[in-house]
Ligand binder design. Structure first.
Ligand SMILES: [Zn+2]
Length: 289
């Protein structure tokens, strides 16, 4: 049985077109409310979307991911501290889509033993060389291990899964009893998204292919044997350059756009912003016994 009505390929449910973005169709399932882009070839998806250009050339990814090191390590530490409310003492964490291991480094600083899985080889190698973490190249859907984890983190990753159902079942199987999943995800029901609608920058298929609300994400995890313990807004900082890059790739061309973007990037790119707590949320789910 699958929760997302196999929305990726052969959804038996009624679905309606929500939006056509850059030639990609985004659908809403009229039965369960799941919003998704149905991709056809998982291999192409992973290799195309998470090539080195995703981490280094802007667009829907990062202008230069390695510049975000310090910010992401702190982001990891904050989440590790949050987890101490739900887990007695630091144990083993698996970070899915761990990239270069920066979030994991934050967890390690708080006493966690760190494991990762990451489709981009350059990123995975960096994390292995720089921090000595056990990072497998690949995706969660194909990850294999004999470990049992106390915590699995899905930070800005659940919207990318090729096979959402397999991914969550796998995560469930890798967790010890009462283990925790921490999810950070876009929230399509936030006020800002209601205001800007179809121009929301997270509507960027084929990079992001699932868009959740509190309701749809909670029902998904409930279906696979998890209770939702809590939710909230992350205190998240991003480099101004990352924000400028998102604006650049999500706005139509206007007069002097290139020059203005370059000027902003040169002048303010290295500054840090607090990402406003509006369209990103975290969720803590616990595996039921
Ligand atoms: Zn459905």
């Amino acid at each position: 049985m699958r929760k997302t009505c196999k929305s990726i390929r052969n959804c038996p449910e009624e679905k309606e077109l929500f939006l056509n973005k850059n030639g990609y169709e985004i659908f809403d399932c009229t039965t369960c409310g799941h919003r998704f882009h149905g991709i056809n070839d998982s291999e192409i998806h992973l290799e195309k979307v998470y090539s080195d250009s995703y981490f280094f050339e802007g667009k829907s990814g990062y202008p230069n991911y390695l510049d975000e090191k310090e910010i992401l390590i702190k982001h990891g530490s904050r989440y590790a501290k949050l987890m101490s409310e739900y887990i007695d003492k630091p144990g083993k964490v698996l970070d899915v889509g761990s990239a270069a291991g920066f979030i994991l480094k934050g967890f390690e600083n708080e006493g966690w033993a760190c494991y990762g899985v990451e489709p981009n080889k350059t990123m995975a190698e960096y994390g292995k060389d720089e921090f000595g973490f056990d990072i497998q190249v690949g995706d969660l859907e194909s990850y294999e291990t004999n470990q049992k984890f106390d915590l699995i983190t899905l930070i800005e990753v659940i919207g990318h899964f090729n096979d959402l159902d397999i991914a969550i079942q796998k995560a469930h199987s890798f967790l010890r009893p009462n283990g925790i999943i921490l999810v950070e995800s876009w929230n399509r029901e936030s006020l800002i998204v209601k205001l800007i609608g179809k121009h929301w920058h997270a509507y960027c298929p084929p990079s992001v292919i699932h868009w959740f609300s509190d309701k749809t994400i909670s029902e998904l995890f409930d279906f696979y044997g998890f209770d939702r313990l809590n939710k909230g807004f992350p205190l998240k900082r991003i480099k101004v350059n990352h924000g400028i890059s998102l604006v650049d790739s999500n706005t139509p061309n206007f007069f002097f756009k290139k020059r203005i973007i370059n000027f902003l990037s040169r002048s303010f790119g290295k500054l840090k912003l607090i990402y406003p707590p509006i369209d990103v949320k975290w969720y803590v789910f616990q595996k039921r016994n």
